[in-house]
Design a protein around this ligand. Structure first.
Ligand SMILES: Nc1nc2c(ncn2[C@@H]2O[C@H](COP(=O)(O)OP(=O)(O)OP(=O)(O)O)[C@@H](O)[C@H]2O)c(=O)[nH]1
Ligand SMILES: [Mg+2]
Ligand SMILES: [Zn+2]
Length: 314
C-alpha cells in the first residue's frame, strides 16, 4: 500500500504522486465507497489517497497502474454548484492553504456578484482567500479607477489585493512571497490569465494558455482539468479550469451573513438575534450600508444569496 496526493484528474484517470516521489496513473477501486457530498468528481486534485500498484499485463511491458482504495479525510475543499444542473457539484481542489481569485476588470469582465460568491464559499470552508487583479497593462483610466475602488472595498474588509500584469511581469515578487511553502489554488473566469500567471511565476511550467475571443471578450476554457504543480521556491499551485457562474452550495439563510466578514462582526449590534438585515428595525448592517461603511455591491450580493440560486448568471 502506498500513500500519495492526486495531482491531476481527467475524470476516469488520476495521477497520484506517491510519498516516494513517483507518478502513478490510477483508477478508483471498484468497491471504494465514497461517502458524503455528491459531486461530479468524487476524487479531487489535492486529495490524499492510499493506493495499491498493479501491473497491467495486457499492455506491452506491463504498464504500472494504481488502484485508489481510500481517500483520507479532507481538511477543506473548494466546491461549486453547476449553474445549470443544480444537483451537480464539482470540487475544484482539496486540502489547500489559500485561494487566489483572479479578477479582470475587462477582457473578460469579472462582476462583484461572482467575486462575492467565491469569497462566501471560501469563508464557509475557512479558506483564506486573496484577490489578484490581473491585466493591469490593458486598463484605461476609467478601468483603473474601477479596479482601485474594488480594491478599496475588499482591502477594507480584510482581503489582500494584488495588482498584476502577467504580460509585463509586474507584481510577481509579492505574489511569490505570498505563495511560498503553501498549497495555493488559482480560480476565476476563463481567460483571466490563471495559466499565464503560473507560467510567469515559473517559466519552465509552460502551461497551455488561450486567446480571448474578440466578439465576446471571454476565454475559451483552455485549461480543462485542475492540476497541481510543485513550485521551485517551495509549495504547490493548483491551476483550475475557468468557471462561469459560481453556484454556492446550500446554506441556511441565517448563516449567509456570517460569511461576509464586515457583516459578521456587526451581528451583535442588530436588535434581533436572527435579523435577516432586510426589513428589521435597528439593524446594524443596514445602518452601515446607509452610512457607506458597507459597500452597496456587497450588500446586493448578500441579498442575492438570500433570495436563492435561481437569479444569478455570473
Ligand atoms: N494583456 C495581458 N494579457 C494577459 C495577461 N495575462 C494573461 N493574458 C492573456 O489572456 C489570455 C488568456 O490567458 P490564460 O492564461 O489562458 O487564461 P486562463 O485563466 O488560464 O483561462 P482558462 O484556462 O480558459 O480558464 C492569453 O492570451 C494571455 O496571454 C496580462 O497580464 N496582460
Ligand atoms: Mg488556464
Ligand atoms: Zn441586521
Amino acid at each position: 500500500m502506498k500513500k500519495g496526493i492526486v495531482i491531476k484528474s481527467t475524470g476516469s484517470w488520476y495521477t497520484v504522486k506517491t510519498s516516494e516521489g513517483n507518478f502513478i496513473e490510477s483508477r478508483i477501486k471498484g468497491n471504494l465507497r465514497l461517502k458524503g457530498i455528491r459531486s461530479t468528481n468524487p476524487i479531487a486534485v489535492g486529495d490524499h489517497v492510499e493506493l495499491t500498484e498493479l501491473k497491467e499485463d495486457n499492455m506491452e511491458g506491463g504498464l504500472l497502474v494504481g488502484l485508489i482504495s481510500k481517500i483520507l479525510p479532507r481538511t477543506n475543499y473548494i466546491i461549486r454548484k453547476s449553474p445549470n444542473l443544480s444537483k451537480e457539484s464539482h470540487i475544484l481542489a482539496a486540502n489547500i492553504d489559500q485561494a487566489f481569485l483572479i479578477v479582470t476588470i475587462q477582457y473578460p469582465v469579472t462582476t462583484t456578484t461572482f467575486i462575492d460568491r467565491f469569497l462566501v464559499s471560501a469563508e464557509a470552508y475557512r479558506i483564506p482567500c486573496h484577490l489578484i487583479f490581473n491585466k493591469i497593462d490593458l486598463y484605461n483610466d476609467e478601468q483603473t479607477a474601477a479596479m482601485n475602488s474594488l480594491i478599496e472595498i475588499y482591502e477594507k474588509i480584510g482581503y489582500q489585493c494584488l495588482k498584476l500584469s502577467a504580460k509585463k511581469n509586474i507584481g510577481f515578487d509579492e505574489l511569490r512571497t505570498m505563495m511560498t511553502n503553501k498549497t495555493n489554488v488559482f480560480a476565476g473566469h476563463s481567460g483571466v490569465g490563471k495559466s499565464t500567471i503560473i507560467n510567469s511565476i515559473q517559466p519552465d511550467m509552460q502551461l497551455k494558455t488561450g486567446i480571448i475571443s474578440e466578439a465576446h471578450s471571454s476565454g475559451k476554457h483552455t485549461t480543462t482539468n485542475s492540476e497541481m504543480y510543485e513550485l521551485e521556491f517551495g509549495g504547490f499551485i493548483i491551476d483550475t479550469p475557468g468557471i462561469k457562474g459560481f453556484g454556492v452550495l446550500e446554506m441556511e439563510k441565517e448563516e449567509i451573513s456570517h460569511y461576509f466578514p464586515e457583516m459578521f462582526k456587526l451581528l451583535d449590534g442588530c436588535q434581533f438575534y436572527n435579523c435577516s438585515h432586510t426589513h428589521e428595525p435597528q439593524c446594524a448592517v443596514k445602518k452601515m450600508v446607509e452610512a457607506g461603511e458597507i459597500a452597496e455591491s456587497r450588500y446586493n450580493s448578500y441579498l442575492g444569496l438570500l433570495e436563492g440560486e435561481e437569479k444569478y448568471r455570473n
